[in-house]
Design a protein around this ligand. Structure first.
Ligand code: AR6
Length: 182
């Protein structure tokens, strides 16, 4: 198991080998942490995302509005690009599930953390920073999102990753993660 650290702050200011992005299937950017990473990391990240996207199979996924999204990264998976101007070597983009009250999508959230760690391991990353995936725009309740994040990273047995850092933007999210680590 990697050592787990908690930080309250902006993930784009972290100096680590890999920064995880809570992206969407299009890989073309968005709001929240995704917007912040592309803003601070510069256009090299989007360039690589576009190329990666072109190599993905056409997905049958639809946006929440029902429009087909075309080529896309399926929910729960992760891919790496350059980190551009960020103080990191890679950005690992993963697509969290949209929270649903009628359907249990926890396995997909577990998969985001697991797959991101697997990709980090493949790259040989020693330090990785995670945001609280799905707990913003995608509506996952923070206490449950924190539980899944901490349990999954605790149970993982990466070989190269020595430190997993959760970077929480606000006090409420930090408290939720701190509660899970106690
Ligand atoms: N550093 C760390 N955490 C942050 C930062 C930051 N700079 N900015 C926001 N957060 P969200 P999601 C926190 O919405 O729920 C995007 O449009 C935020 O407070 O970024 O997985 C994508 O393109 C929250 O706790 O990601 C997708 O369409 C957490 O990061 C969609 O949002 C995640 O919030 C993904 O939604």
């Amino acid at each position: 198991m990697a050592a787990i650290e908690l930080v309250q702050g902006d993930i784009t200011r972290q100096s680590v080998d890999a920064i995880v992005n809570a992206a969407n299937s299009s890989l073309l950017g968005g709001g929240g942490v995704d917007g912040a990473i592309h803003r601070r990391g510069g256009p090299a990240i989007l360039d690589e995302c576009r190329k990666l996207r072109a190599s993905l199979p056409h997905s049958r996924l639809r946006s929440s509005g029902g429009t087909p999204i075309g080529k896309g990264l399926p929910t729960g998976q992760a891919v790496a690009t350059t980190a551009g101007e960020l103080d990191a070597r890679w950005v690992i983009h993963t697509v969290g599930p949209v929270y649903s009250q009628s359907e249990d999508r926890s396995d997909l959230l577990v998969s985001c953390y697991r797959e991101s760690l697997r990709v980090a391991d493949e790259l040989g990353a020693r330090t990785i920073a995670f945001p609280a995936i799905s707990t913003g725009v995608y509506g996952w309740p923070i206490d449950d999102g924190a539980r899944i994040a901490v349990e999954t990273v605790r149970r993982a047995t990466p070989t190269s990753v020595e430190e997993a850092r959760f970077v929480l933007f606000d006090e409420r999210s930090y408290a939720a993660f701190a509660g899970q680590l106690r």
